[in-house]
Write a protein that binds this ligand. Structure first.
Ligand SMILES: CC(C)(COP(=O)(O)OP(=O)(O)OC[C@H]1O[C@@H](n2cnc3c(N)ncnc32)[C@H](O)[C@@H]1OP(=O)(O)O)[C@@H](O)C(=O)NCCC(=O)NCCS
Length: 334
């Protein structure tokens, strides 16, 4: 029998732009909410990014799910919430703890009038607080279809990191869809709540504006046709092999690292002009090197333009040397 299931249908600005956050309230699901679920889950547009397909949801099915799953849930492991804003029931979300101190997150903003208003992002923020503070979780994960751009931006903005892609792992409406795996660890969430005032810090899409301000000042952003969404995506992909530096709580430096399992790459090593020649880039690159080596990297490459004497001096001081290799490029007009 078909079970109700809420997943991944809501919106944030497609460009990942900062939006004023609506007030949402999470509350226990009640029987009175079930007719809304029937309407939402039977709507093909709402179900487009959900694993369950629309159609066939009845009140009886929802009542059975409510009785057997929601009411029977052990709150230490599994929680379901209705999402309200302005007193209106607009969706639902859940944490499903299936391993010790770990849970999977799922959400559906079923009322389409509330898509694109930041409600999913606000609800997720509260879920993360409950998951890490009240349920003592160590890790919260989720999966999202790669064609669900709004969902991905929302998860990125709340600090979820990309962990991998399950290629063509789901057949939806006759098309095999790639499924992204994302997760946030307790340490990562805590660092977002209270970033250090001084020294090494994590960087990610959750502080996109701060990161872009540093890159802009250092003339490293935007490159041709790069936008906020691509920067946010790149930060989420590489957050665990990247680092930032704060002085008096202000972000003043970054270094990002990526790798293919053997060879690593250093990108966007940047230190605010007011903070240069104090060894910050050295510390940032060293931190990223350590993370890349831990990830199995045995060699790190980087690209530096001929005229950038400061950067060349930095990298040479850190043991990097020029290779006998040409740089090749192909641009795509997309
Ligand atoms: C390159 C950059 C990141 C260096 O940051 P930084 O924090 O000043 O670097 P550090 O203080 O760690 O410098 C370490 C070493 O690099 C070398 N170095 C850095 N800046 C230098 C400069 N202007 N002239 C000569 N050597 C320099 C020195 O050997 C220095 O050691 P020292 O101060 O003991 O002599 C910074 O200048 C920057 O953000 N530039 C703009 C962005 C950029 O070009 N990034 C690189 C893209 S590939």
């Amino acid at each position: 029998m078909k079970k109700a299931c809420g997943l991944f249908a809501f919106g944030v600005n497609q460009k990942g732009e900062a939006m004023s956050q609506p007030q949402v309230r999470l509350r226990p699901i009640s029987e009175k909410d079930l007719p809304n679920f029937v309407v939402w889950f039977n709507d093909p547009e709402v179900a487009q990014f959900m694993k369950r397909e629309s159609g066939g949801f009845t009140l009886e099915i929802e009542q059975e799910w409510f009785r057997d799953t929601v009411c029977a849930a052990d709150p230490a492991k599994q929680r379901f919430w209705a999402i309200d804003t302005d007193g209106v029931h607009i969706g639902s979300c859940a944490l499903n703890g299936d391993k010790p101190n770990q849970a999977a997150f799922g959400i559906c903003i079923g009322d389409k009038n509330y898509w694109g208003k930041g409600c999913g992002k606000a609800a997720l923020q509260e879920v993360l607080r409950i998951g890490f503070q009240e349920m003592n979780l160590h890790r919260i994960r989720l999966t999202v279809f790669t064609n669900n751009q709004r969902g991905m931006r929302c998860y990125e903005a709340n600090g979820f990191r990309y962990e991998g892609i399950d290629a063509q792992a789901f057949l939806k409406r006759g098309v095999w869809i790639d499924v992204l795996r994302m997760a946030i660890l307790r340490d990562e969430w805590e660092a977002i709540q209270a970033p250090p005032q001084q020294g090494l810090c994590q960087i990610g899409p959750e502080i996109l504006d701060e990161v872009l301000a540093v890159w802009k000042t250092c003339e490293l952003w935007p490159h041709a046709r790069e936008d906020r969404a691509s920067a946010s995506h790149a930060l989420a992909m590489n957050a665990r092999t990247s680092a930032g530096w704060r002085v008096d709580s202000k972000l003043v430096g970054t270094a990002t690292g990526a790798h293919d399992g053997f060879r690593g790459w250093l990108y966007r090593v940047a230190v605010h002009p007011d903070q240069r020649r104090q060894g910050l880039a050295t510390k940032l690159v060293s931190a990223v090197e350590e993370r890349l080596v831990q990830a199995g990297v045995r060699q790190i490459n980087l690209m530096v333009v001929q005229a950038n004497d400061e950067a060349q001096a930095l990298y040479k001081s850190l043991g990097y040397s020029f290779m006998e290799a040409g740089l090749m490029r192909k641009r795509f007009n997309i």
